[in-house]
Design a protein around this ligand. Structure first.
Ligand code: HEM
Length: 204
């Protein structure tokens, strides 16, 4: 008989899908802006710029909500990899994704209400949510107020490092999302984890 536990409150699911939709819009419009002028673009330049600005501000608000809600509810604790043995548990989890899963082995660290994430998820989600996404958001906001950036750095335009960081962090979020969607298919059924992100119930 399948076993179900309720893991994800509505605010988290609502934030997750709002965030995912905004990141997709930002990725498509961001690519149109970055690769403009190199032959056909996905979205015309001025429209892409407008949409990217609006979705960027919305993402900053969604991120502020995510941080506040994590503090208020105590959910931030899920993102802290808990010693001892974090590296060993990450390696066990990586080995499972690389080999064990294809041999039908059970998940080494199935989620519980107390520990929703395995160690690898905690490390990766922490890195993305508390380092990479804030980098995208802060560098994006500096583009709105370019006077915040130094005029010159080592004789180069002061906005250059901001632009590079924004691009690199944005690319990391997109690469994360591709791996994240693949790993989303590794529940008891390929659709289970996606359903969990909608209903809040985890199936085992
Ligand atoms: C279409 C795009 C996306 C899909 C289909 C998707 C799907 C999923 C699924 C199935 C899970 C549950 C897997 C698990 O951790 O057990 C999940 C959790 C999560 N996703 Fe996504 N995701 C998407 C985009 C994103 C993006 C862009 C981010 C961040 C930049 C993100 C951040 C997270 C986080 C932090 C969790 C864990 C939430 C929690 O349990 O507290 N996702 N996502």
């Amino acid at each position: 008989m399948s076993h179900r536990i309720y893991l994800l409150p509505p605010w988290l699911r609502l934030w997750h899908w709002t965030n995912a939709a905004l990141i997709i819009v930002l990725a498509v419009t961001g690519a149109s802006l970055h690769f403009a002028g190199e032959g056909g673009y996905l979205v015309p330049f001025s429209l892409a710029a407008k949409i990217h600005d609006i979705a960027g501000v919305a993402l900053a608000c969604a991120y502020g909500f995510f941080v506040l809600a994590n503090i208020v509810t105590g959910n931030w604790w899920q993102y802290v990899p808990k010693p001892p043995g974090v590296l060993a548990r990450c390696l066990t989890q990586a080995r499972f994704y690389a080999f064990g899963i294809f041999r039908g082995e059970p998940h080494p660290y199935p989620p519980t209400v107390e520990a929703n994430f395995n160690a690898l998820q905690a490390v990766v989600y922490w890195f993305i949510m508390y380092l990479v996404v804030p980098t995208v958001v802060v560098t994006g906001l500096i583009f709105f107020y370019p006077e915040l950036a130094p005029t010159k750095i080592y004789g180069l335009d002061g906005l250059l490092p901001v632009a590079m960081l924004h691009y690199i962090a944005g690319a990391v979020v997109i690469l994360f999302m591709v791996a994240h969607i693949y790993l989303g298919t590794t529940g008891v059924r390929p659709t289970s984890l996606f359903k969990m992100m909608i209903t809040g119930w985890h199936e085992e």
